[in-house]
Design a binder for this molecule. Structure first.
Ligand code: GLN
Length: 451
């Protein structure tokens, strides 16, 4: 049924870069056979899923939305892919994304943009716009995304779906193509809080193949999603996430959600986190710096595309020609920014200062969580903007992640879930819930209460 749905609508939506029809049907048949034989089934047996094209999949192409990996077929599965297979999930295919997960609209994909199912002329968010659009257009009930600065939560917000960035280290990064390793975090996307929790539990947990994986029990997210009792919980409203630039309808729905939490028995307090105003600036030094190092591996020798290798050119020339043709403009911009920020003479002024701001942001969170259980804010300042509107204005594009980036810098857990439609444009608004590291269960408890 889901493959038929993909066939019927994805020509218009363009959520998928690759549909693995045969693989999906084969898995579905295998699950059926197991069920018929009375064998033990995985926790998500037979449930279809859309996988962001940043996770390696053995024998199935993985492009990361880039020409530079065109034609590359990974010889191994990412840990997330492996765990999905162990859970007997049916992977339908790989979803569209901004190239190397750099962007907030999926317009930076080398393979063309994805439409927002609520209005195909608008962006589905990014970088994981393919995954959010697949959910919102009912092509899959579950999806996987990655969140370096908001790429799970912002697409969820603008498509009326649920997306969770687990605590950093909560879900393995092994086989997840690296953008900014100290920020990157894979996580679940779904249409309900409980669905997200079930997927979260299937993919989370310690992985010896990822040196930053947390070796501790997975928070009890499913139990929390089934509970939804917020009586006596203390909820902090972040003062800095409001004011100029926030759409009226977004603030209206956000304020209603806060009122709902109060009615359900939560105690609401205002919390100021002054360093959050510097988060965007710090992020756009740290993420490009790490990307400039991580993307050095795309040298035309190891993977994918190779341009100009006609027997007359040096290896350096082939690498340069391949990068010129294989990387898009945003990726080149980030590599140049990062290389500059890390260069001798500038390192302390740029990268060093950004790391200090990162520490201040972490301290703001620590102080806040001394007096509240969770923080809440709008996920994004505005609803989905029209495709093309911010494409030539990187600064305007970067603002989409104003409220999501602090949690990546601090490494704590955060969720976006739908909280209604903005009256002025009828488009979905996202509520963001933020919890301390390894308290991911609180996101699900609060999310289930207001869903
Ligand atoms: N939009 C942000 C960026 O372009 C975040 C992307 C992400 O989370 N992968 O870097």
């Amino acid at each position: 049924a889901h493959l038929a749905r993909v066939e019927a609508v994805d020509e218009k939506v363009h959520a998928f870069l690759h549909v693995d029809r045969e693989g999906a049907l084969e898995t579905a048949r295998r699950v059926d056979a197991k069920r018929a034989a009375g064998e033990k089934l995985g926790p998500l047996a037979g449930v279809p899923l859309a996988l962001k094209d940043i996770f390696t999949t053995e024998g199935v192409p993985t492009t990361v939305g880039s020409r530079i990996l065109e034609g590359w077929v990974p010889p191994y599965d990412a840990t997330v892919t492996r765990r999905l297979k162990d859970a007997d999930v049916v992977i339908l295919g790989k979803t569209n994304m901004d190239e190397f997960a750099m962007g907030s609209s999926t317009e930076n994909s080398a393979y063309g943009p994805t439409g927002n199912p609520w209005d195909l002329t608008r962006i589905p968010g990014g970088s994981g716009g393919g995954s959010s659009a697949a959910l919102a257009s009912f092509q899959a009930p579950l999806a996987i995304g990655t969140d370096t600065g908001g790429s799970i939560r912002q697409p969820a917000a603008v498509t009326g779906t649920v997306g969770v960035k687990p605590t950093y280290g909560g879900v393995s990064r092994y086989g997840m193509v690296a953008f900014s390793s100290s920020l990157d975090q894979g996580g679940p996307c779904a249409r309900t809080v409980l669905d997200a929790a079930l997927l979260h539990e299937a993919i989370a947990g310690h992985d010896p193949l990822d040196s930053t994986s947390v070796d501790a029990p997975v928070p009890a997210v499913v139990e929390a999603a089934r509970n939804g009792d917020v009586r006596g919980m203390r909820v902090g409203v972040v003062t800095e996430f409001s004011g100029e630039g926030y759409q009226d309808g977004v603030m209206r729905r956000f304020t209603e959600s806060v009122e709902l939490l109060r009615e359900l028995g939560a105690e609401i307090v205002e919390i100021s986190c002054p360093s959050f105003t510097k988060a965007l600036a710090a992020y756009y030094l740290i993420a490009p710096s790490e990307c400039s190092s991580n993307l050095a591996r795309f040298d035309a020798m190891r993977y994918g595309l190779r341009v100009g290798d006609d027997g007359t050119r040096s290896a350096e020339d082939v690498t340069a020609l391949t990068r010129e043709a294989g990387f898009g403009p945003e990726v080149k911009r980030r590599i140049m920014l990062g290389t500059y920020a890390l260069s001798s003479g500038y390192y302390d002024a740029y990268y060093g200062s950004a790391q200090k701001v990162r520490t201040l942001i972490t301290r703001d969170f620590q102080r806040a969580f001394e007096s509240v259980d969770v923080l809440v804010s709008p996920t994004t300042p505005t609803t989905a903007f029209p495709i093309g509107e911010r494409a030539d204005d990187p600064m305007a594009m970067y603002l989409a992640d104003l409220c999501t980036i602090p949690s990546n810098l601090a490494g704590n857990a955060a969720m976006s879930l739908p909280c209604g439609l903005a009256p002025e444009d009828g488009l979905p608004v996202g509520l963001q819930i933020i919890a301390p590291a390894m308290a991911d269960d609180r996101l699900y408890r609060v999310g289930a209460a207001v869903e």
